[in-house]
Write a protein that binds this ligand. Structure first.
Ligand code: NAP
Length: 340
C-alpha cells in the first residue's frame, strides 16, 4: 500500500537530449530524486548513453525534434519538460557534407552553415514548444536558451547559435502564452571545456597565450555543464516561479579574463600571456569560424546577457552549491592536457 501511494505521487520529467551534456546532467539529477520519474528522449535508444540511463532507471523513449508526432507521444503525461536544442550538429554536418564549390566564400551569405543551423534549431524548438503546449498535465517547461545576441546588443552583433535560441524563447513568449505561463529559461554560462577559456601554445616563442578580441577586464560566467545543469534545472522546477530567467554558473565562477588566465596558470603550472587581437585576426590566424567568434567582443561591451534581465545563482530561493571552476581546473590531468 505504501509503495502504491509513493508511486501515485511521482511526477514525470521528460528530458530532451538526455544522452548529451546538459540533458544527461538533468536526467541524472532527477533520477536521484525519489518523487520523479525520468523519461529520457533520444533518436537512438540503443546508444551507449541511452542504455546507461536505462540502467539507472530512466524510461528511454525514441523521438526526434524534427518529427512533431513523436514529440506528442513522448510528452504524454509529463509534469515537467527539459528542452535543449542543439545548433552545432547541424552546423558541423552542413560544413562536412557540402562540397567546397557549393560552400562559396567561407562563412559567406549564400552557403552560411550558421543560417542553415539557425533554421533547423528554430524549427526543432518550435516543434517541441507546440507539442508541450498541448500536454494537459504539464506544470513546467525549462528551455535552455542563450541570450539573443542581435536583440540584446541592439543589432550591433549577431550570433546564429544564440539568436536561434532567443527566437525559440520569443516564440514561446509571444505565440504560446499559456505555455509561457509554465516556462522558465536557463542561460548556461560558458562550458568549463569551452575553447575560449584556454590559451594556445604560440610556436613562434613557445609561450602560452590567450588571443582574444577582449581585454583582461571582460567577465565570463562558467559552468560545469555535465554536473551543474541538473542542479539549476531542479531549482527552477521545484522552487522558482515560472517565468524565471536564470543565468546559471558555478559558485565563484563569474570571472574576469585576468582571473581566468591566473587560474589556468595555477592549475597547469605554466605562465600564460594575454594578447588582445581583432576577430579578423583570430579568423585568419587560427581559422576560427566567424560563427564562434564574431560576437565575442559583445561580452566586454554588453556583458554575457546584454540588455536581458536575468536572475543569478545567488538570487535563487534555495541555494545551489557547486564546485568552482578553479576547483575543477585543479583536479584535471594537466600532464595529459599539456602533452595533447
Ligand atoms: N559550449 C558552450 O560553452 C555552451 C554554453 C551554453 C550553451 N551551449 C549550447 O548547448 C547546446 C548543446 O547542448 P549539449 O552540449 O548538451 O549537446 P550534446 O552533448 O551534443 O547533446 C545533444 C543532444 O541533443 C539530442 N538531439 C540532437 N538533435 C536531436 C533531434 N533532432 N531530436 C532529438 N534529440 C536531438 C541528442 O540526442 P540523441 O543523439 O540521443 O538523439 C543529444 O543527446 C548547443 O546548442 C550550444 O549552443 C553551449
Amino acid at each position: 500500500m505504501a509503495v502504491l501511494r509513493a508511486q501515485a505521487i511521482m511526477k514525470i520529467i521528460v528530458v530532451i537530449g538526455a544522452g548529451g551534456n546538459q540533458g544527461g546532467s538533468v536526467a541524472r539529477t532527477f533520477l536521484n530524486l525519489p518523487h520523479w520519474k525520468v523519461r529520457a528522449i533520444t533518436r537512438n535508444p540503443s546508444s551507449p548513453a541511452a542504455k546507461a540511463l536505462e540502467v539507472l532507471g530512466a524510461e528511454v523513449v525514441q523521438a526526434n525534434l524534427s518529427d512533431p508526432d513523436t514529440l506528442s507521444q513522448a510528452f504524454h503525461g509529463a509534469h515537467a519538460i527539459f528542452l535543449n536544442t542543439d545548433f552545432w550538429a547541424t552546423y558541423r554536418s552542413f560544413v562536412a557534407t557540402t562540397t567546397p564549390k557549393e560552400k562559396g566564400p567561407l562563412d559567406g551569405e549564400e552557403f552560411d552553415p550558421g543560417k542553415v543551423a539557425y533554421q533547423a534549431e528554430v524549427s526543432y524548438g518550435r516543434n517541441a514548444a507546440e507539442a508541450a503546449a498541448t500536454v494537459p498535465t504539464l506544470e513546467c517547461l525549462v528551455y535552455s536558451a542563450l541570450p539573443a545576441m542581435t536583440k540584446s546588443t541592439g543589432g550591433k552583433y549577431k550570433s546564429h547559435h544564440a539568436d536561434s535560441k532567443g527566437a525559440i524563447a520569443d516564440y514561446i513568449e509571444t505565440e504560446l502564452p499559456d505555455l509561457a505561463k509554465k516556462t522558465s529559461f536557463i542561460y548556461l554560462g560558458a562550458y568549463n571545456t569551452n575553447a575560449l577559456l584556454s590559451p594556445v601554445l604560440d610556436p613562434s616563442d613557445g609561450k602560452y597565450k590567450y588571443f582574444l578580441p577582449l581585454s583582461k577586464a571582460a567577465r565570463m560566467p562558467i559552468i560545469n555543464q555535465k554536473e551543474s545543469t541538473g542542479l539549476f534545472v531542479k531549482a527552477l522546477i521545484e522552487d522558482e516561479a515560472p517565468g524565471t530567467k536564470l543565468l546559471a554558473y558555478d559558485t565563484n565562477s563569474y570571472l574576469t579574463y585576468e582571473q581566468i588566465r591566473d587560474i589556468w596558470s595555477r592549475a597547469s603550472g605554466k605562465e600564460a600571456d594575454f594578447v588582445t587581437v581583432t576577430v579578423q585576426f583570430m579568423h585568419e590566424k587560427f581559422k576560427t569560424p566567424m560563427e564562434l567568434i564574431q560576437s565575442v567582443p559583445a561580452l566586454e561591451e554588453y556583458g554575457y546577457t546584454g540588455s536581458m534581465k536575468v536572475i543569478e545563482p545567488g538570487d535563487l530561493k534555495t541555494a545551489v552549491r557547486t564546485k568552482s571552476w578553479e576547483e575543477w581546473m585543479m583536479e584535471r590531468d594537466w600532464k595529459a592536457i599539456l602533452e595533447a
